[in-house]
Each structure stands twice: as C-alpha cells, then as structure tokens.
Ligand binder design. Structure first.
Ligand code: GDP
Ligand code: MG
Length: 284
C-alpha cells in the first residue's frame, strides 16, 4: 500500500521534537536537506498496526522566505505534498502560534492542530475550548502534553483520518479577507495566475498572489524564471496597490496582510476559545 506521510510543523520550542521522538522512538533517521545545513528528520510512527511516515519540518514562526528554514518548510509542503500536516502549537501562546497554522492552511494542506504544553497552560489557569477552536478553524484540534505522550496518539489518529478523507480532493486553501484595499487586487492577481498557469499549480494561485504582495524574493525569483512577462505584470499590480496604500494608509501590503492574519486569529480566539481562571472567578 501507498505510504502515508504526515509532516510535523510548529514554532520553535512548541514541543515538535519531543512529539517526533514520542512518535518514532528509535525508528528515525536524521540527515540534511540537499545542499543546505537545515536538518531533515524522518521516521515511522505506529498507529493501529500500521506504519505512518513522519517528516519533521524545521521549526518556524512563519512561511515567508526570511530564513532557510521557512523556505524548506514550505517547499516540502508544496513539493512533497504530505497527506496531512500536524501543527504542534504552544497552547500558552496561541495567538502567535496560530500565525503559522493559518499560513499552512492558506497553502491548502489539510491540518490537524496539537494544542501542546497543556500541562503548563492548565497550571497558568488557562482553559482552552479545543472543540470550539476546531469548529471555528474547521480543523481537528487535540490537547497534548508531548512530554508525557498525552493526546499524541489521538492527535495522530485524527490527523490520519483527515488526510485519508481528503486524499481524493485537491488541496483547498483557506481564504481569509485582507480588507477592501487588498481583496480586489488579490482576486485579480489570482485570476491572472490561473489564466497563465503560472507556477503550474505547484502553489495555490491565491498563495502566490499573497507572496508577491509580501515581496517574497524567493517566490518572485522562481516566478521570473518561469515567465518574466507574467511576473512583470504581477509586479505592476503590486506596485499599483503599494503606491495606493502608501498614500492612503502610509502602510504597505506586507503590513496589511500581517494585520489581517492576526485579526482573523484574534477574532477566532475572542469567540470563547480561551478563558482564564481569574476571569471565571470574576464573573461569579
Ligand atoms: P521544538 O523546538 O518544537 O522541537 O521543542 P522541543 O521538543 O525541543 O521542546 C522544547 C522544550 O519544551 C523541551 O524542554 C521539552 O521537554 C519541553 N516540552 C515539550 N512538550 C512539552 C509539554 O507538553 N509540556 C511541557 N511542560 N514541556 C514540554
Ligand atoms: Mg526541535
């Protein structure tokens, strides 16, 4: 049977390596990505008598091209097309950690979230409604304590079930609003990218549009190699909206995009996902 691939993603210090070791034990191999010093760890987890291949992505806060790790993480997602991504997040720093989750979802990969460090979160008096978070984001969310193994099998089980359910359908990128200034140009760029078959489906059209708006040099260089003319047209569209934002908001697309991503995340978290014990006490 075809091998099933889970990619493990997460911010640095979220507990990714601890989870990876719990999943794979001695059945792991550490190497390097070709030509660079970023470590590549792979291994096998056991789930209901079956071997699940696990690829540990480099720990990153984002999927921009500022570091080699970020470029590796998104290239693995785009080129290796894991069946599902498990995003290990620090439950005590949800807002910051979900920034990566949203970007993985924008690439279209099926995602399951491991709400890790739940022992610490509980100690701090945080209550997280995992079911509500799952409902709002539309992805499985499982509470875990990677250090003790709590929740890890359940997380893997839900991740594999999601990956299997989605195996027949193309990746469906999350589409959030970037506001009245950017949404129309994003749509125009997206249509243009699809018409030109720019990047030939390697990355979702909307995601490529966002990367151009974020002035992502790695993607823009790949785009220029693929088609200098198409890339130049996209760069023109970006320049036009950049000039407009500069005049009207004294801002630039990258900043607006980050604001709206964080806005989306905080609007989700505000809907009763996170409660502090002291807040509960105050209400009584
Ligand atoms: P990575 O950078 O994401 O690979 O994180 P690590 O797996 O190296 O974990 C960072 C630190 O957090 C280590 O000291 C781990 O032992 C600890 N850690 C990992 N998971 C948990 C957890 O669920 N609860 C607690 N309290 N500590 C954890
Ligand atoms: Mg690590």
């Amino acid at each position: 049977s075809r091998r099933f691939v889970v990619a493990l993603a997460g911010n640095p210090n979220s507990g990714k390596t601890t989870a990876f070791n719990e999943y794979t034990g001695a059945r792991q191999h550490v190497g390097n990505y070709p030509g660079i010093t970023v470590e590549k760890k792979e291994g096998y987890a056991r789930l209901d008598g079956r071997d699940i291949h696990i690829v540990d992505l480099p720990g990153t806060y984002s999927l921009t091209a500022y570091t080699q790790e970020e470029v590796v993480a998104r290239s693995v997602l785009a080129d290796d097309r894991p069946d599902v991504v498990i995003d290990v997040v620090n439950a005590g720093a949800l807002e910051r950690n979900l920034y990566l989750a949203v970007q993985i979802m924008e690439m279209g990969a099926p995602v399951a979230i491991g709400l890790n460090m739940m022992d610490e979160a509980r100690k701090q008096g945080l209550r997280i409604d995992a079911e509500r978070l799952a409902g709002l984001l539309g992805v499985p969310v499982v509470e875990t304590v990677a250090r003790t193994g709590e929740g890890l099998q359940e997380l893997l089980r839900q991740a594999v079930a999601l990956g299997e359910a989605r195996s027949a359908t193309p990746w469906t990128p999350l589409s959030i609003s970037y506001g009245a200034d950017l949404d129309p140009v994003i749509r125009r760029m997206e249509n243009f990218i699809e018409e030109q078959q720019f990047f030939a489906g390697r990355y979702p059209a909307r995601w490529v549009a966002l990367k151009y708006l974020e002035s992502d040099e790695h993607i823009m260089n790949l785009g220029r190699e693929a088609s200098a003319a198409a890339s130049a047209q996209l760069e023109d569209m970006v320049r036009e909206v950049s000039d407009h934002l500069k005049v009207t908001l004294n801002s630039y697309p990258e900043a607006v995009i980050a604001d709206y991503r964080y806005g989306y995340i905080s609007s989700v978290l505000r809907q009763g996902v996170v409660t502090r014990h002291d807040e509960l006490a105050n209400r009584m």
